[in-house]
Design a protein around this ligand. Structure first.
Ligand code: SF4
Ligand code: SF4
Length: 178
């Protein structure tokens, strides 16, 4: 993506949707000091990821460009940018809201969908294996944590909640495309 911001599909509704998250309207107070992006450890690794630019795009209502930008998912949520902002802009909260809107619109990276499928299937993003069980035992922990691993009957409740939230449908799309 070049540094120039394209203004092809401005959506005031998208902007309003972001502002439903308390405090995110403060992105309108950004005076472009670059404090957030210049200190971002992810931007150091991947210059295409730029929190300042993404929030500028959000403020303009650039829904399509933003939701379909794969770098949207590169933030590690370390919150360094949010702590540095002299204007009190909740950068990360705004970015997380944008990600939420992306997911609600069925936009996720394929890898994230796969993790989501694991959650739907097993109740966990990372299923337990024998190696992990051994490590837990060596640390003096129970072999399995007190989650659906230990209470498999609760898995149906997890699945029910994910279904009510529509999450199972969102992550199933990737499988259907195969
Ligand atoms: S640190 Fe705050 S004011 Fe400065 S560019 Fe980032 S969001 Fe804008
Ligand atoms: S929270 Fe995200 S955008 Fe902010 S500094 Fe950390 S990696 Fe960068």
């Amino acid at each position: 993506m070049s540094d120039a911001i394209k203004t092809s599909s401005l959506s005031p509704e998208f902007r309003k949707e972001i502002f439903e998250e308390p405090g995110t309207e403060k992105i309108t107070m950004c005076f472009n000091c670059t404090g957030c992006s210049s200190g971002c450890p992810m931007t150091e690794l991947e210059p295409e990821f730029n929190i300042r630019k993404f929030l500028r795009m959000a403020n303009l209502g650039m829904k399509d460009e933003l939701l379909n930008n794969p770098y949207l998912w590169y933030c590690t949520t370390c919150y360094k940018c949010q702590e540095r902002c002299p204007q009190g802009v909740p950068n990360v909260d705004a970015l997380l809201k944008i990600r939420t809107i992306a997911v609600q619109n069925g936009v996720m990276l394929p890898a994230h969908k796969k993790v989501g499928q694991l959650v739907v299937k097993s109740g966990h993003a990372v299923p337990i294996n024998d190696d992990t069980k051994e490590k837990r035992k060596a640390l003096g922990l129970d072999e399995v944590p007190p989650t659906v691993h230990r209470f498999p009957d609760a898995l149906s409740e997890v699945k029910k909640l994910l279904h009510i939230a529509g999450f199972d449908k969102i992550v199933a799309e990737e499988e259907e495309k195969k």
